[in-house]
Ligand binder design. Sequence first.
Ligand code: GDP
Length: 445
Amino acid sequence: MFESLSDRLGGVFDRLTKQGALSEDDVRTALREVRVALLEADVSLPVARNFIKSVEKKATGAAVTKSVTPGQQVVKIVHDELIGVLTGDGDPGTLRIDQAPAPILMVGLQGSGKTTTTAKLAKRLTERDKKRVLMASLDVNRPAAMEQLEILGKQIGVDTLPIVKGEDPVTIAKRAKTQAAFGGYDVYMLDTAGRLHIDQELIAQAAAVRDVVTPRETLLVVDGLTGQDAVNVATEFDDKIGVSGVVLTRMDGDGRGGAALSMREVTGKPIRFVGLGEKMDALETFEPERVAGRILGMGDIVALVEKAQATLEAEQAERMMKRFQKGQFNMNDLKMQLEQMQKMGGMEGMMSMMPGMGKMAKQMEGAGIDDTMVRRQIALINSMTKKERANPQLLQASRKKRIAKGSGLEVSELNKLLKMQRQMGDMMKKMGKMGKGGMLKQAMS
Ligand code: GDP
């Protein structure tokens, strides 16, 4: 199996969390891994190259928001870009079948899953869209193919055009059209013949049928496991016959779905459905998010991003705890606690999570500490110099005045803050002494 991109990026992220900022080199290293993942997922080289280029441009120019690290930003850009490329216009699951009877032409190579997909789609249209569907096989070269469709039709309860031996595809198509009109069908689906390779006769036959019925949709069925070949097939079918959408089959297999990306990028054709198995209900509307996750080998980018974040926070907590045990609790620590409070849904949310903080929560309430207050306290700390934050005992009258002025607040508020810092410091020290696996660790994890 493939090594997932999240594993590969793990190393890059480890370094990021230590450095805290993303250099141009880091962007490049991360994107190199993304490129390998794309190639392993069977994305063609030029497509992968283009993709990386556009991501690099966006990653370099992107404003890094406060709540995420630059590394997370890169992953998000990669993910969003994939979805952007994979997403076509309109809803992939909605077929143009407004005029009855609406012809749908199914084309593709032999063995791509064309007949199976025809039946799957007929079932979907019947059950979900409440359409009356007629199916017809035009594969005169392989009588077994016609019978196969008939059998599938019986299985799913969808009508098939009676088989008449000796008819050519165009005649069958005309008969299907007439039958669909007189029989009151909403949709008729034509399963054309497939070959192992594209040849002139195959194309000429499909084109002749197309001219007779003027399909509302011409769906190309391609084997998603064939990667680059699938893209070449699509390009040729589209050039010669004109394709309105693509169905990628065997997306339940080991392939990583890179064909989907190349398909969109090279042919510009929307992927409408994906086949996810041999069973008749193993057909789903194409979802760019799902395929993007699959190509990147990370089902859940959010989880990865959160993991990176959690590692960072755990390291910070560990460092803090060591200092608290030694009785060190300065304004930087307080600031971090206050910011944590804001993140966890304010004072109440935070206190409710911290065992042993109940008493303090009441004290704070009594002192009128609320979320506005927290913001003001952070503003006060921001007005202190680095030295003052590390050593709050330096704060004598003149410094206090300067800080209060700088944050637009009163010295009395600064005094309250200093008292809080001392109280919390005492409490942290006590909690820290309870041991590594003690209350503080629980409270902070
Ligand atoms: P055709 O020659 O293009 O009409 O191909 P068929 O419809 O006969 O399918 C060829 C084989 O592929 C059959 O055994 C199908 O059951 C199988 N098949 C079709 N679609 C899928 C799919 O999405 N996933 C899997 N695993 N098998 C599929």
